[in-house]
Design a protein around this ligand. Structure first.
Ligand code: PEP
Length: 251
C-alpha cells in the first residue's frame, strides 16, 4: 500500500510559542496509518527538533537548489536535514507565482533534496484560467515532464501534491470527482514516464481542505492524504482532519 501523509503548511504564520502549543497538543493523536508532517518557517525548523511531536515529522517549505555558498536568503537542504527535517515542499504555487519558480528549476531542487536525504513533495496544479480554458491536463503534464523527465529512471522516493491554484486559500475545494480525475491522470502520466511509477507514488490533495470535506476526499483510494494550509493552523480542525483520514484507512 502507498504511504499516507497529512501535511500542515504553516506558510508565513505562527511563532515558536503558538507552534509548540499546536504540535504538542496534536502529539497525542498518534494516527496509525498516516504520517503527519509540519512545514514551519525556516528559522524555527530547529525548534521542532526539541519539541514533543509524537510520531509527527517536519520539513522545509522550500530549499535552495545549491549546496552552499553565496546565496543570501536561501536555505540549504543540508541545513534542513541537520536540523532534523525529513521533508521539503517544492514548487508550491505561492513559490511559483510570487517568486517565479519554474518547473525546470524544481528538477535541481529535487536532486538537492535527495542528496541530503530529504523527501520532496512536489506541488503541481492549474490556475483558474487554465481550468476554465480546459487546459488543466496539459498544464499538469507539462509541470510533471519539466520537473521529472531529466531524473528518469526515478528510484528515490518522491511525493506529489495536486493543488489546484484556484482552491488554495480560497475556500473553494475541488469536488471529489475533479480531484480523483486529476489524481488518476497524474498516475497515468507517471506510468507513461516510467512503468509502475504511477502506482507507487503517493499523491496528496491540497486546496481548502477542512474538517467538513476531509472525509469525502480522503476516503478516495487515489488520494493518499493532504497538504493543508489554513486549517492546519487550528488545533481542533487539524486534529479532526488527521483523525478522519486515519479512520478512512481503517475502514
Ligand atoms: C496550501 O498552502 O498548500 C494550501 C492548500 O492552503 P489551504 O489549505 O489554506 O487552501
Amino acid at each position: 500500500m502507498r504511504k499516507k501523509y497529512m501535511a500542515g503548511n504553516w506558510k508565513m504564520n505562527l511563532l515558536p510559542s503558538t507552534a509548540q502549543d499546536l504540535v504538542e497538543s496534536l502529539a497525542v493523536v498518534a494516527p496509525k496509518h498516516t504520517q503527519v508532517i509540519y512545514f514551519p518557517q525556516a528559522p524555527f525548523l530547529g525548534c521542532l527538533q526539541q519539541w514533543n511531536l509524537g510520531k509527527a515529522q517536519f520539513g522545509a517549505q522550500n530549499i535552495s537548489s545549491q549546496s552552499s555558498g553565496a546565496f543570501t536568503g536561501e536555505t540549504s537542504a543540508e541545513l534542513v536535514r541537520a536540523l532534523g527535517g525529513q521533508f521539503t515542499l517544492l514548487g508550491h504555487s505561492e513559490r511559483r507565482t510570487l517568486f517565479g519558480e519554474t518547473s525546470a528549476q524544481l528538477q535541481d531542487k529535487i536532486v538537492a533534496a535527495w542528496k541530503h536525504q530529504l523527501l520532496p513533495i512536489l506541488c503541481i496544479g492549474e490556475t483558474l484560467e487554465e481550468r476554465e480554458d480546459e487546459r488543466h491536463f496539459e498544464v499538469i503534464k507539462n509541470q510533471l515532464m519539466e520537473s521529472l523527465h531529466g531524473l528518469l529512471p526515478i528510484s528515490a522516493d518522491l511525493i506529489l501534491a495536486y493543488e489546484p491554484v484556484w482552491a488554495i486559500g480560497t475556500g473553494k475545494t475541488a469536488s471529489v470527482e475533479q480531484a480523483v480525475e486529476v489524481h488518476r491522470f497524474i498516475r497515468s502520466v507517471l506510468n507513461e514516464m516510467q512503468v509502475g511509477l504511477g502506482e507507487t507514488t503517493s499523491i496528496l490533495y491540497g486546496g481548502s481542505v477542512n474538517a467538513g470535506n476531509a472525509k469525502e476526499l480522503f476516503s478516495q483510494s487515489d488520494i493518499d492524504g493532504g497538504l493543508v494550509g489554513g486549517a492546519s493552523l487550528k488545533i481542533e480542525d487539524f486534529r479532526t482532519i488527521i483523525q478522519l483520514q486515519d479512520e478512512c484507512l481503517h475502514a
